[in-house]
Write a protein that binds this ligand. Structure first.
Ligand SMILES: [Zn+2]
Ligand SMILES: [Zn+2]
Length: 169
């Protein structure tokens, strides 16, 4: 998907793409999906997709809930439960993760989160546009769907891994 951003005080605008991104955590064939939010990167000087690193307690609770629900579910299904596999893998990843959240485009940690998909947006205002000559605010200017852009693979610390996704697993 894509989120369009613009500034209320100057002519800045940018479409931010939330394409398929995964961490190569070693044990998962298709990788662990990266959770991302809209953010501002002070290195790119752009609205970008930034990593969302959930709280440890949140991940532990989610995993416990999933395990409870899966017990009934598995009596009727032989298929692997990917949500459970990902939740277990995400908790292991979170326990090892050292670096703060990064810009998913350049890897910088000099970022500010502008929105959180897990919370509702405060209207369409995302926050101030840093160093804006017009003193404007960044606004969410719509969302859209995009064609598959290919997979980007990251190492556990959030930096892009320079391999083809076909090498995963
Ligand atoms: Zn950046
Ligand atoms: Zn501006």
């Amino acid at each position: 998907m894509m989120q369009s951003t613009r500034c209320s005080g100057c002519d800045y605008k940018r479409d931010v793409y939330f394409s398929d991104r995964v961490y190569d955590v070693g044990n998962l064939k298709f990788g662990l999906p990266v959770l991302a939010n809209l953010g501002w990167c002070f290195t790119c000087r752009q609205c970008v997709a930034v990593e969302y690193i959930p709280d440890l307690t949140q991940l532990i609770e989610e995993l416990a809930d999933l395990r409870r629900n899966t017990e009934c579910w598995q009596e009727e299904n032989d298929l692997p439960n990917f949500r459970l596999v990902w939740a277990e893998s995400r908790l292991q990843w979170r326990l090892r993760r050292k670096s703060p959240a990064r810009c998913l485009e350049c890897g910088s940690t000099d970022i500010r989160e502008l929105s959180n998909f897990h919370k509702s947006l405060d209207g369409k205002t995302l926050g101030e546009h840093p160093n804006c000559l017009g003193g404007g605010k960044l606004l969410l200017d719509g969302t859209g769907f995009v064609n598959y852009l290919g997979m980007t693979v990251y190492v556990a610390e959030g930096l892009q891994k320079n391999v083809d996704a076909t090498e995963l697993g």
